[in-house]
Ligand binder design. Structure first.
Ligand SMILES: Cc1cc2nc3c(=O)[nH]c(=O)nc-3n(C[C@H](O)[C@H](O)[C@H](O)COP(=O)(O)OP(=O)(O)OC[C@H]3O[C@@H](n4cnc5c(N)ncnc54)[C@H](O)[C@@H]3O)c2cc1C
Length: 308
């Protein structure tokens, strides 16, 4: 069984699109990564279900990807299928405040920035912390994205996933063991829709909250060079960026990748970085931190195509 057999079976059967050998450099904020054997843009739950069935039958590895803003894809790419959420997953509906209904319903493929702006324009508070976090709602919920003190998990009322082979399953937000950059969702489930709690707020106050988040972000993050956000999880009671900076590693370079001068827990692509360059820096940092502090830094970013 091969990706090509799966491609032949999927071709012409989807409302969305399917591509062979799709360069993942186009789908990651790092702007690195080799080709995925199959790249399937699922336009609907039906597409997603059908694709996952075919993938299972052909025993292909697969991964769901949002905006690729927390991902490193290997230079060799991925010998499997990458699934992204298309049209049906990109819509959302605002709460009907006339009946005190404070729930915003959004597809897993909606960009977080779209929700932040829609909430602001409609005087809804709850998303201020997310201003400037790139990515989709599905990716943000899976990663429990947020700042140091507010996570998206805290406003998730419920979410619907597609569990391969079983269909749509709903979780209450309160059932999940939300933690630091972790939703606790089992691997292999695709978030298709979320119900989020928002509260009516004063537009001026919401704007002030957003501006505060954005100002902090502009000061502390390299926003003009391709990167994938924080590389490492903060170790208990400390900050990975502080530790790495303390070792004098800001500006440390390997090929086209560099430890950001702005924030030491970011690696930036200075123009022609490869995934191998990024991995070399990750390994160097981990070794130095282990030797100097006895701390094992754990990656926050997710890896695709490094399985072998
Ligand atoms: C400049 C910059 C700043 C950032 N700042 C922050 C920050 O302040 N706080 C923060 O938390 N993060 C931050 N990030 C990291 C990243 O933006 C978030 O983790 C984001 O939520 C990832 O969303 P995505 O759609 O890009 O997911 P991807 O990177 O595509 O995927 C991340 C993970 O989520 C999984 N996933 C994606 N979609 C789904 C789905 N529908 N169902 C199930 N699993 C899914 C993927 O399989 C993968 O394991 C930053 C990144 C950048 C580049």
């Amino acid at each position: 069984m091969s990706s090509f057999d799966a491609y032949c079976e999927l071709q012409g059967m989807l409302e969305g699109h399917i591509f062979c050998d799709e360069p993942m450099v186009r789908h990651t904020s790092f702007r690195v990564g080799g080709p995925a054997d199959l790249f399937i843009e699922c336009a609907s739950v039906r597409d997603l279900n059908f694709s996952l069935d075919v993938i299972a039958r052909h025993q292909l590895p697969w991964a769901v990807v949002g905006k690729g803003s927390n991902l490193l894809v290997s230079d060799e790419g991925f010998r499997g299928a990458v699934l992204v959420l298309g049209a049906q997953f990109k819509s959302f509906s605002l709460p009907d405040l006339t009946c005190s209904q404070n729930k915003l319903v959004a597809g897993g493929g909606v960009q977080l920035s779209t929700l932040v702006q829609a909430a602001f324009k409609n005087g809804l508070s709850g998303f201020e912390f997310a201003v400037g976090i790139p990515g989709t709602l599905g990716g943000a919920v899976f990663m429990n994205a947020g700042s140091s003190d507010v996570w998206i998990g805290s406003i998730v009322e419920s979410l619907t996933v597609l569990r391969p082979g079983e269909g749509l399953v709903r979780y209450q937000g309160s059932e999940l063991p939300w933690g630091y950059r972790c939703s606790g969702l089992p691997a292999g489930e695709v978030i298709v829709e979320c119900v989020l709690r928002v509260t009516p707020g004063h537009v001026g106050m919401i704007r002030a909250g957003m501006e505060a988040s954005l100002t902090r972000r502009k000061k502390t993050q390299p926003l003009t060079t391709p990167n994938a956000g924080s590389i490492f999880r903060n170790p208990e009671g400390d900050s990975a960026g502080r530790i790495i900076e303390g070792l004098g590693l800001k500006g440390y370079t390997h090929g086209g990748a560099q430890v950001s001068e702005v924030h030491a827990n970011f690696i930036v692509n200075t123009g022609n970085a490869t995934a191998s360059d990024v991995v070399a820096i990750i390994m160097h940092i981990r070794r130095r931190v282990r030797e100097e502090h006895g701390i094992e830094l754990r990656p926050e970013i997710r890896f695709i195509g490094f399985e072998t």
